[in-house]
Every structure is written in C-alpha cells, then in structure tokens.
Write a protein that binds this ligand. Structure first.
Ligand code: SF4
Ligand code: SF4
Length: 384
C-alpha cells in the first residue's frame, strides 16, 4: 500500500493548482470553514511535512483525523485525495504519534474480541438463531454471507442481517456464514492508519476464504464491501464481492420476490462506502422504487453528503459528527419523505440520533413488503 512519499507528485500538483474545487462538497469544510480541514489545506500540510517545512503539531494531527474519508473531494478532483489522507494517518503513526485515544479503544477491542465494540466473539453469531443457516465449510455453499461485526453484535442493527438472510432464503440462494469464526474485515484498521495490521489481517482473511472454497461474498455492510473488495483485488484471489443490495435487486428484477408496493414517500441516503466509494447507486434505488415512491434529496448519488459517522469521526469528533447528521436529516425532511432508507449500519445509527424522521434499513423495508403480500395487507407500513 502506498506511503505518503509516493503521493508527493500529487501533493505538488495540488499545491500548484490550488483550485479549491474540493471545498464545495466537503461536509467538514462546509460546516467548519477551516481551510486546513479541506483537502487543499490538508494536501499542503502533507507536502510541508515531506519537505521538512512543517513539524508534527496537534493542529497537524487534527488535520489528518478530522475527515470522514467520504470521498466527496475525489468527486471534484483527479487526485486520489482520500488515499492521501489514509497515508497521512499512517505517516503520523509511523512518526511516533499515538493513535487518538478514542481510536485506541476501538483497536484494542479488535485485537481482543475481533470486533470494535467490546463484544465477545460468541455475540457475532446470535443473529442467526432460528434461521437454519449452515456454517461455511469446504464442499459447502460457495456463497458466504458476511455479516460484518457492527450489525452482528449490535441490536437492533442485526435485524438487517435477519432480513437479508430471509430474503436470500426466499429467493432460493444457497449460502453459509462463518458464525462466530467470522473475522473482522479490517475496515477500522485501514481508516485510522493501521496499514500494516490491516494488511496482515487481510492476507489471513483471504487464506480463510480460499480454504473454505468461497467463490462469492455477499455482505450487508458497505464498509466490509469496499474493504473486502480491496483485499480480494490486492491478493488476486478469485472471489466476487457484492453488497446485499446488488444481489437482492437482481432477484427483485427476476420476479423471485413477491412484493406489495405502498404509497409511502421514501428518500434514499447513499452510504459513502456503497455509493461514491463502491459505485453502487442504482440497485438500492430499484428496491426502494419496488416498494414505495422514491423522492431524491438534492445531494444524491456521487454528490450525496456524508452522515458524519465514518473514519473514526463519530468517536473522535462527536460534535462535528452530529452536526453533519443534522444537516443530512434536514435535507431528507425537506423532500417531504416520511422515511430515510439506507443500507449501512453506521449511517442507520447515525441518522437515528437526529429526531424528526423515521430511518429504516433497505432489507428490512423489503422484507416488510414481502411479508405484507403474505398477510394480504400491502399498505400497512407506518409513517413517522
Ligand atoms: S485537492 Fe484537488 S480540487 Fe482541491 S485544491 Fe487540490 S487540486 Fe484542487
Ligand atoms: S474525504 Fe470527505 S470529509 Fe474528508 S476532505 Fe474529502 S470531502 Fe472532506
């Protein structure tokens, strides 16, 4: 993985250009209006460090970490800005900066429990109770449903996993899970600059998947989706990684699920890791449109605004994180929608912290609609 030095030419290009297009969609800059906290300023800081003009100070550390890695700056610029920021964090840690104390506790939990939430490994499997899902083994199903630690160990987020599994079962997809042996994908390690630990974990994960004969991974977590995709690409193993919305939208299109459409107005929040960073925009919208009426927020698809939960911002900068969530909810409410639909456990939790609108997971919404058909009462989903 690239160190900061490998981006020197890009940093010089930014310094020479200094166009500032990146400011327009940056949720942090648009909220705080601090020049060092948008990509133009951050790139200058990194270049100053490499040239020996700057020293590492608390303000430099803040510039590295007060960013959600949402990728909006990459939308307006040909440089790999989010990669610069990730390498910047790694650079600081390599130069003796201690991880932020809020991040240290997440890292300690990953080391001890295999998840960032201080939950025992056995908690990872609780959501599967009563679902009759087989455990991945050589010669077993080639499709692995990868739950991801945040949804697996947290109520009520694990309802999204139950809904995903039920929908896959209804559509006749043969899949397995790794139960409590499911590993951490390493997303948190990667985002907070622990590159070596991530690479080691990533190699180990690929070995495990290969030994189980896995050919396809379906996950419900956008962070796991982009991270596992990155691991697969860099290792060269032949595994197709998909988000559950991609898998299920295909089944909806093929008519494998019987759905009842309601008249509810729903808006869709693109999780950064699924949309801008993962390139999955239309499949979740197909699902929303199959069960209700989609009304778009002005900032949608590539221009969607981050909810503020990502890349450790929520734990290290809670006030700013909350402000970003409040802005996003205000944008959703202005559409006249009764509900925000999203497909990420972090976005779901984050948006729910702001009152005034219902927030539902995409798979739960879809399962509700399918169950409505069974019950013969298609319009019974309640508005907020
Ligand atoms: S990061 Fe890109 S968009 Fe922003 S100032 Fe530098 S070159 Fe311009
Ligand atoms: S990744 Fe997002 S929060 Fe960070 S600088 Fe770019 S636009 Fe701003």
């Amino acid at each position: 993985m690239n160190g900061l030095e490998e981006f020197r030419e890009e940093l010089e290009t930014c310094f020479g250009t200094s166009c500032g297009f990146c400011e327009r969609g940056c949720p942090v800059y648009q909220t705080l209006k601090v020049k060092t906290l948008c990509m133009r300023g951050r790139n200058r800081t990194m270049l100053g460090l490499l040239q020996g003009r700057f020293e590492i100070t608390p303000a430099v550390v803040q510039a590295a970490f007060e960013c959600t890695l949402c990728g909006n700056c990459d939308r307006w610029c040909s440089l790999k800005n989010t990669e610069h920021t990730r390498a910047f964090r790694e650079y600081l840690l390599k130069h003796g900066v201690e991880p932020m104390k809020e991040h240290s506790s997440l890292l300690a939990s990953i080391k001890n429990y295999g998840n960032p939430w201080f939950q025992p490994r056995s908690a990872r499997n609780r959501w599967t109770k009563g679902l009759n899902i087989s455990k991945a083994s050589p010669g077993g199903p080639e499709v692995l449903f990868f739950a991801g630690c945040t949804s697996a160990v947290t109520k009520p987020l694990n309802r999204s996993l139950v809904a995903s599994a039920r929908l896959l079962q209804r559509a006749g997809v043969k899949f397995a899970t790794m139960g409590q042996d499911e590993p951490c994908c390493g997303s948190t390690l990667l985002r907070v600059g622990q590159t070596m630990a991530f690479e080691e974990l990533s190699r180990e994960n690929m070995r495990k998947f290969e030994s189980l004969g896995i050919k396809k991974i379906v996950t419900a977590c956008p962070g796991c989706y982009t991270t596992l995709k990155k691991s697969v690409e860099s290792s060269g193993v032949k595994i197709d990684v998909r988000h559950v919305a991609q898998e299920i939208s295909g089944l909806v299109r093929q008519g494998k699920l019987d759905l009842k459409r309601s008249t509810e107005r729903l808006t869709y929040h693109d999780p950064c890791h699924l949309g801008r960073l993962g390139g999955v925009f239309e499949e979740p919208r197909e699902i929303v449109n199959a069960v209700g009426t989609l009304v778009e927020m002005p900032n949608n698809r590539y221009e969607s605004r981050c909810c503020g939960a990502g890349a450790g911002l929520q734990s290290a900068f809670p006030k700013l994180s909350r402000e970003l969530a409040t802005k996003r909810v205000a944008e959703a409410r202005a559409t006249g929608a009764t509900t925000i639909v999203t497909s990420c456990p972090f976005c779901e939790t984050q948006l729910r912290t702001v009152p005034g609108i219902k927030v539902v997971d995409l798979m739960e919404l879809l399962l509700d609609s399918a169950q409505d058909v069974e019950k013969g009462n298609g319009n019974n989903r309640k508005a907020a």
